[in-house]
Design a protein around this ligand. Structure first.
Ligand SMILES: *Cc1c(COP(=O)(O)O)cnc(C)c1O
Length: 317
């Protein structure tokens, strides 16, 4: 499938750049723990990590249907919005971003400025209206305003998004005992769950406070047409690490910042303070437990380093 710009979309961003890095931490090595990191952050500086995986099939479908553009939703610092703007710019497909907050403007922050610069049309919505983003009737109105535009839900949270995330397994050739991943909309973790080898335990680290992981994942997994019992069973084996949100979405403290700095210096592992910093902090805490001796653990680095580059996207506690 070729894009309007004649770029084969499969080759637009090579996932070959997502190497597996082995972390040599003596205390863990002494206990026979193999700690691996899959570097999806290296796929592309803006269309980073899981955002490319979630966009791939919706874009393919949009092109197949000869859609005239893409429309999607996001908050003021959304990695998904930037990824969409960047990839649409690359394939020369128009795009519209519906932004939460009518008080915002193009120059409110570097994420929005960059989206605008990449050619995304930004539409700022009052919060009450934004709350309707998944409502069928509301989406119909948007489709009437932007006919022939393909709608991608907020955060790429869709069936096609999950299918893109399933493909991560194809690139992991060695057997794993555990895989850890950060969670926002749960699309990435649902995709991983759909294609997970039974010998590997999936661990999720939600970055939102008071987030109902099982409820959110059930809604998405229902879209994959799994039997209700099968969903229940699969989610029964999931391990949720709910206490690493550091106060809530985009909140952080000095301890987290110090941890991120240490990982960059000691292990050459760049992390952000919204998603991967929190999730990897959970990994390190978990591995202190005897349970993991002699096992192979993989942390999926989902990207998100734009927030770190701009360093203005978050709120210190
Ligand atoms: C969006 C994002 C996530 C969350 O992924 P979901 O599929 O929404 O659960 C995790 N990490 C990073 C870096 C992200 O940008």
């Amino acid at each position: 499938m070729f894009s309007p710009n004649n770029i084969p979309i499969e080759e637009l961003f090579s996932v070959a750049k997502s190497q597996i890095q082995m972390l040599r931490i003596p205390a863990f090595q002494a206990r026979g723990i193999r700690l691996l990191v899959k570097r999806d952050d290296l796929i592309h500086p803006e269309v980073s990590g899981n955002k490319w995986r979630k966009l791939k099939y919706p874009l393919l479908q949009a092109l197949q249907q000869k859609s005239e553009g893409i429309m999607t939703f996001g908050g003021a610092y959304s990695n998904h919005l930037l990824a969409t703007a960047s990839v649409c710019n690359e394939i020369k497909l128009p795009c519209v971003g519906f932004i939460r907050g009518e008080e915002l403007a193009i120059n409110s922050n570097p994420t929005l400025s960059r989206c605008h610069q990449l050619g995304m049309k930004l539409v700022f919505l009052p919060r009450e209206e934004y709350a309707l983003r998944n409502d069928f009737e509301y989406q119909r109105e948007l489709k009437a305003a932007y006919p022939a535009y393909f709608l991608i839900p907020e955060g790429g949270a869709s069936y096609l998004g999950m299918i893109g995330c399933q493909e991560i397994w194809k690139e992991i050739t060695e057997p794993l005992d555990h895989l850890f991943v950060a969670q926002g909309t749960t699309t990435t973790s649902c995709g991983l769950l759909l294609a997970k080898p039974s010998s590997c335990t999936l661990h999720v680290v939600p970055v939102l406070k008071g987030f109902d992981v099982i409820q959110e994942m059930t809604v998405l997994l229902n879209q994959a047409m799994w039997e209700k019992e099968m969903i229940k069973e699969a989610l029964g084996d999931l391990v949720v690490h709910a206490d690493y949100h550091f106060g809530g979405y985009a909140k952080y403290n000095d301890e987290l910042l110090t941890f991120i700095q240490t990982c960059a210096n000691k292990y050459d592992l760049p992390l952000d303070q919204v998603y991967t910093g929190k999730a990897f902090y959970a990994v390190i805490q978990e591995l202190e437990k005897k349970l993991y001796d002699g096992q192979t653990i993989l942390f999926l680095h989902t990207g998100g380093l734009q927030g770190k580059l701009f360093n203005t996207s978050t709120e210190k506690k």
